[in-house]
Design a protein around this ligand. Structure first.
Ligand SMILES: O=C(O)CCC(=O)C(=O)O
Ligand SMILES: [Fe+2]
Length: 336
């Protein structure tokens, strides 16, 4: 059964170039949307191809290497439910939305905006300088925010909870010279990974070094039901092979490190083609689908303020859609 499953996954992923395309999701996939996510208006969509959704007049978009830059909407003002639904569609389609020219969005407003996407989760302690508990304040100086956040490795935010976060917002408050953020599209990454590697990843779970949560590495995107990744390459206590089967086995430190090295090598092989480096501009407010993109703070984010200027970012995270499942049925069936 396990073997069958891994073969299906591998076939699905290997074939996905033709069917899924770089950014697209097909109609049948979209018909599956709904089970555990609150997107009521989806039921009313008769034309199921997300590409042909009428563009909203609430904003306009310009394509980027990954995701889109969004213009013409002011997030400081209330955003209608209709527009939020449009944003959610655009997040499914583009994965990374870079809202331009937002000035400084007050923390309270940032949190209430993200509450329109789902329950805001803030498991971190509030930094004394943070204006709101729902905002993780990040900085290159300890007085202004937490240092060394997200810089050690490629990761999924909230990988250490049962439901890794669904949406993440990054709002830049103060820009340092080299404080870029790196993003990596998972779909394109998986289409480039060889079959044997995918079969191995499909058998792996990890125990996170925070909160003792066990999650699969490869899981079904909660809405699109296609395989996606959930990792933090620097916060794994150990891996578990074939969890909940008679073959279940927990890795020793050497093997754990070897698996992390192997995964990093796969990622780094693809980085030059796939990585999008976001160079922050004043007023940028990013929202991304945390189940479709890996990210990492670049080393430049940690350069001290006297060299590069002060960097301050406000992050808000939204609870995951549902516990991670390894059901890629639709995906497997479409390619069989
Ligand atoms: O500072 C950054 O650019 C990203 C930090 C990060 O990974 C996070 O806050 O989740
Ligand atoms: Fe992060």
């Amino acid at each position: 059964m396990q073997l069958l499953l891994t073969v299906f996954v591998a076939i699905g992923i290997a074939s996905s170039h033709q069917k899924i395309g770089a950014f697209g999701y097909d109609c049948e996939t979209l018909n599956l949307i709904g089970a555990c996510i609150d997107l009521p208006a989806l039921e009313n969509i008769t034309e199921c191809d997300i590409h042909s959704l009428k563009p909203t007049n609430a904003y306009h978009m310009k394509p980027m290497k990954l995701g889109v830059a969004v213009y013409g909407i002011d997030l400081k003002k209330p955003v209608s439910e209709e527009t939020i639904i449009q944003i959610k569609y655009d997040l499914l389609k583009h994965r990374l939305l870079i809202f331009k020219n937002q000035g400084i969005v007050p923390a309270e407003r940032q949190v209430s905006l993200m509450e329109q996407f789902g329950r805001v989760i803030s498991l971190h302690p509030k930094h004394p300088d943070s204006p709101h508990h729902g905002v993780l304040r990040i900085s290159n100086h300890f007085r202004h925010g937490y240092q060394k956040v997200g810089v050690s490795a490629w990761h999924t935010d909230g990988f250490f909870v049962e439901r890794p976060y669904s949406y993440v917002a990054f709002h830049i408050i103060s820009i340092s010279m080299n404080g870029d953020t790196w993003f990596l599209p998972i779909n394109e990454l998986l289409t480039r990974v060889d079959k044997e590697t995918l079969q191995r990843w499909d058998r792996l779970w990890y125990l996170s070094s925070i909160l003792n949560v066990t999650n699969p590495i490869l899981f079904a995107h909660p809405i699109l039901k296609m395989p996606t990744l959930n990792i933090h390459l620097n916060m794994v206590k150990h891996f578990i092979w074939d969890m909940n089967t008679p073959q279940e086995r927990h890795t020793e430190p050497n093997e754990t490190q070897q698996i992390i090295n192997d995964m990093s090598a796969v990622l780094y092989d693809e980085i030059s083609a796939l990585q999008y480096t976001h160079k922050w501009e004043k007023g940028d407010f990013i929202v991304f689908d945390n189940n479709a993109i890996l990210h990492k703070a670049s080393p430049g984010t940690q350069v001290m303020p006297h060299k590069d200027g002060i960097r301050i970012m406000h992050r808000t995270t939204v609870e995951g859609h549902c516990p991670l499942e390894k059901e890629y049925e639709h995906y497997r069936n479409s390619y069989n």
